[in-house]
Design a protein around this ligand. Structure first.
Ligand code: PLP
Length: 385
């Protein structure tokens, strides 16, 4: 299948922020598997956890408990506002589970309400339900007929959520900061006001922290900065440090609406993935990597803003923690990313006019300096058209 416009490079090895291709060329990796490798490549914490677990127990059925699964669930519960955890394998699968849970809740608690309010430019995955929740028509429309029960309103617009709420509404689903939609950071009081509205109307607030979670935005969960707690939160990407894992976290009274047999997965929560997840999360917490993401994210943005004067093509720099974007005035992002690659920097051209930077939370100031130097040179060659 030709599903991606691939960057013409074949990677064979990585270490921290660096990767090497099959020609022996070294690159700084500011993509990191699209905001996945929070500890960078080949971190000993992840490698040891996976190696040791592989020698002990890789997979069991979900008909039994395993120690890594219980330990990771306990760690997630201890460090979040939520009480119950369901493990799966990806972000889409986590959101799929959250959507089913919201419908079950609506059926039993909200007179059969089933509609979920989502946001324009939100991104929740590629399965039929999650692509329908996703707020970009080009991802959805080719796959019609789509599941019913999703409405879209502009992001960062509480009044739009209020206007879209009907007796059919059971939940609001959104990202605290839109990742794939363009690194869109809402007003500081947005989530708090959405939370208030959900409380007034008995709606569930589902936060998709697949991209923002596990320290990336400068707190362990992005919701902490908003002063608003979700009823349901979905995770994936950073949680396994590169090992595929997803999770649905929910408050006790919400999780109680899933009954045995309602939902399941063969691989989800297996000992290998949950051991990796436990090692990563424990390390992120113990080393206070969210604080590091906050500090180095501010440094990265400051350095990128320093390029604005010299490169008129830069429209602006935005982000939170180490989820950062540079917006261009022209559709030159692909060309600039290609020039960066030639100079040894991997960066993601998220949109025609947008570059995204998601280095590991362990990135150093020197690596940021070098990445900004490379971008500077790439922009400087000839003004991108
Ligand atoms: N939710 C958000 C916020 C995401 O950024 C993504 C992926 O980019 C997903 C869900 C889907 O995750 P996955 O690709 O693991 O299915």
């Amino acid at each position: 299948f030709q599903m991606f416009r691939r960057v013409p490079v074949t990677l064979v090895r990585g270490r921290g922020t660096r990767v090497w291709d099959d020609q022996g060329r070294e690159y700084l990796d500011f993509v990191q598997g699209i905001a996945v490798n929070v500890l960078g490549h080949a971190h000993p914490v992840v490698a040891d956890a996976v190696r040791r677990q592989a020698e002990e127990l890789i997979h069991t059925s979900n008909l039994v408990y395993t120690t890594p699964q219980l330990e990771l669930a306990a760690l997630l519960v201890e460090h979040s506002c939520l009480d119950r955890v369901f493990f799966c394998n990806s972000g889409a699968e986590a959101n799929e589970g959250a959507i089913k849970l919201a419908r079950r809740y609506g059926r039993e608690r909200l007179n059969g309400a089933y509609e979920i309010i989502c946001t324009v430019n939100g991104f929740h995955g590629r399965t039929l339900a999650t692509v329908t929740a996703t707020g970009t028509e080009k991802y959805r429309l080719p796959f019609a007929p789509l599941p019913e029960g999703f409405v879209h309103v502009p992001f960062d617009d509480v009044a739009a959520i209020q206007a879209a709420t009907t007796p059919r509404t059971c939940a609001v689903l959104l990202e605290p900061v839109q990742g794939e939609g363009g690194v869109n950071v809402p007003a500081p009081d947005y989530l708090r006001r959405v939370r208030q509205w959900c409380d007034q109307h008995g709606l569930l607030l589902i936060l998709d922290e697949v991209q923002t979670g596990v320290g990336r935005t400068g707190t362990l969960w992005a919701y902490e900065q908003a002063g608003a707690e979700p009823d349901v939160m979905t995770l994936a990407k950073g949680l396994g440090g590169g090992v595929p894992i997803g999770a649905v976290l929910a408050r006790e009274h919400v999780a109680a609406h899933f009954y045995p047999g309602d939902h399941g997965t063969t691989f989800g929560g297996n000992p290998l993935a949950t051991r990796a997840g436990y090692a990563v999360l424990q390390y992120v917490i113990q080393q206070d990597l969210p604080a590091r993401a906050r500090e180095l994210g501010a440094y990265l943005m400051q350095r990128l803003r320093g390029l604005e004067d010299r490169h008129a093509v830069i429209r602006g720099v935005r982000g939170v923690g180490l989820l950062v974007a540079v917006e261009l005035r022209t559709d030159a992002a692909e060309e600039v990313a290609r020039r960066c690659l030639e100079r040894g920097l991997l960066v993601n051209n998220l949109k025609p006019d947008l570059l995204r930077f998601t280095p590991p939370l362990t990135v150093s100031r020197e690596e940021i300096d070098r990445a900004v130097e490379i971008l500077d040179a790439a922009l400087g060659d000839a003004p991108p058209k």
